[in-house]
Design a protein around this ligand. Structure first.
Ligand SMILES: [Zn+2]
Length: 396
């Protein structure tokens, strides 16, 4: 029988009463701090978070000491593609999405020894305090899920539907999409779309319907780069040419003539169980639409900057309109590392955000966006999983 474990820290931010924060004032609100406190856990679940003095009076409880640190709930990296880990440092960055994706597609076919790279990526995430990842899989997720498992990181598996081949029902889509996925992993998989320019709109709708019916989160890349705008508005641009050359866009393809967020809304893809990734090219009205539909947005600022997608996501608009935001590193093919704190530092420096706002994005907000109520807080019944707050995130 597993015994109770106890870990003391100088300070603990439990976020026990924290609700998902969308408005600027909610994100910036102070967080309650427990000084000199202990996390008690058993069988991987938290029993209590209490003052050290009280815990010391418990009999038969050995208290380990984390030292002079501040603990926060384990971090959630809401968007990654760990299957691309072997491409780290090998894609062409800084020249826009079309150049980047061309380099990625060329390299992807020649990937070798992906397992070791995936293991390193999962370990890198774990080392910075990430305990859960929203991970996109275009291939069978056996290797990536195994890498996360061995690193002690849980995963929301998003099985990506790509291309313009048509299917007719959610069931048919599940059969096509999960045929190479072991039966044991299928219940954990949620179908997702890649992007509006690369996945058939009907497939997107079926995938989302399937997610809704099964209580899963549907995710897609949305409004990431200016090439996407051209592709959807009038079918022009380098990305459109690449998609036609590779046969991803079918002959006779007609662009919808809509901006990404509006098109996604028309297709019924926005809503409370949707996590839209990037949303860089959003105006005030589109930010309002994301907020009104309850669509969560995962920001990946370093990936956007590395690829050169034409702008930075309108963080201020999102906070003004009340969009639920979380953070992701995106793939190792478009980022220098997988340290989620570095993602937060980029946002902090660009928008002068205080630590409590950034901690909320990576914990309680992300847990809500991915529907993982056992994460994001250090409170009884939640997973005994935490991160150490870096010194440059000292609370105000
Ligand atoms: Zn991505």
């Amino acid at each position: 029988m597993e015994t109770v474990t106890a870990l003391r820290a100088r300070r603990i931010l439990t976020l026990a009463d924290a609700q998902p924060a969308t408005r600027r004032s909610e994100l910036l609100a102070p967080l309650a701090v427990l000084d000199n406190a202990v996390i008690l856990s058993k069988n991987g679940l938290i029993l209590a978070v209490e003052p050290y003095a009280r815990c010391k009076r418990r009999t038969g409880c050995t208290i380990a000491d984390a030292g002079d640190v501040t603990l926060v709930p384990g971090l959630i990296n809401a968007h990654s593609h760990v299957e691309l880990a072997a491409l780290k440092g090998r894609t062409r960055l800084g020249q826009g999405f079309a150049v980047w994706v061309q380099s990625l597609l060329a390299l992807k076919q020649a990937l070798e020894d992906k397992g070791a790279a995936m293991a390193d990526a999962a370990e890198e995430m774990s080392a910075c305090g990430v305990v859960h990842v929203g991970d996109i899989n275009s291939e069978a997720p056996v290797a990536s899920t195994g890498a996360f498992f061995r690193a002690g990181v849980s995963v929301s598996i998003f099985r990506e539907c790509f291309g313009f081949r048509t299917v007719h029902t959610p069931d048919e889509l599940r059969v096509v999409q999960l045929q190479d996925t072991p039966k044991a992993l299928r219940p954990q998989c949620a179908l997702c779309g890649h992007a509006l320019f690369s996945t058939h709109p009907h497939t997107m709708q079926l995938a989302r319907q399937d997610c809704e019916a099964r209580g899963k989160i549907f995710t897609l890349h949305l409004a990431e780069h200016d090439e996407e705008l051209h592709c959807l508005l009038d079918g022009t641009g380098t990305l459109s040419d690449i998609l036609h050359e590779r046969g991803i866009l079918p002959l006779g393809y007609r662009p919808p003539g809509r901006r990404p967020v509006h098109y996604a809304h028309e297709l019924g893809l926005l809503g409370k169980n949707t996590l839209a990734v990037h949303c860089v090219h959003c105006n005030a009205e589109e930010a309002g639409l994301l907020a009104a539909t309850g669509t969560a947005v995962c920001l990946c600022p370093r990936s956007n900057a590395a690829i050169g997608v034409g702008a930075a996501a309108p963080m201020d608009l999102f906070m003004d309109r009340g969009v639920l935001l979380c953070l992701g590193t995106d793939s190792p093919a478009s980022n220098s590392d997988l340290n989620l704190w570095n993602e937060a530092r980029t946002l902090r420096d660009a928008h002068q955000l205080p630590p409590q706002a950034l901690v909320r994005l990576m914990t309680v907000n992300a847990a809500h966006a991915l529907r993982r109520p056992e994460l994001g807080r250090l409170t009884p019944g939640c997973r005994a999983a935490w991160a150490v707050l870096p010194e440059d995130f000292m609370l105000q």
